[in-house]
Design a protein around this ligand. Structure first.
Ligand code: CMP
Length: 141
């Protein structure tokens, strides 16, 4: 039986500043992700810290959360079979310098921090991240 999976993605402030939102959403649709919910918003430093709490002990935590609260972001709830792994494939490596041709980070990322897009990395983080930005009633049926 085929099982649909959900994941949370964020078009980061660098990609929004580059007017890459439309291009990135087109990639989701071309790659058969169903958009269940989508919104543009700005988060503050505290909210970015909560979202990235798993990275709290990392040396880049302060800089990452400053960056993520530096301007508008677009968050989307996406669904397809194997959504988490397929989105990570479409995004490309965390560091755009090592990302494959044709990936979103290769096209729009400029550094390991300014890497254009975030995607959940596992089922449990996807559940946390989806619920961080969306209430259940906001997701398309
Ligand atoms: P993301 O998928 O949003 O998950 C955590 C983010 O931390 C990651 O993408 C990168 O943008 C950032 N990150 C990971 N490793 C480093 C690093 N070594 N230096 C700076 N930022 C990093």
């Amino acid at each position: 039986m085929k099982t649909l999976q959900r994941t949370l993605t964020i078009v980061k402030p660098d990609a929004v500043r580059k007017n890459a939102v439309g291009d990135i959403i087109e990639q989701f649709e071309k790659n058969s992700f169903r958009i269940l919910a989508m919104k543009m918003l700005e988060i503050n430093k505290h909210q970015a810290e909560q979202f990235y709490a798993v990275h709290a002990s990392r040396p880049f935590y302060h800089s990452l959360t400053e960056f993520m609260s530096s301007g508008p972001i677009v968050v989307l709830a996406l669904e397809k079979e194997n959504a988490i792994a397929d989105l990570r494939e479409l995004m490309g490596a965390t560091n755009p310098a090592g990302a494959k041709e044709g990936t979103i980070r290769k096209k729009w990322g400029s550094s390991i921090e300014h890497n254009a897009i975030h995607g959940s990395d596992a089922d449990d983080t996807a559940r946390f991240e989806l619920s961080y930005f969306f209430a259940g009633y906001e997701l398309a049926k």
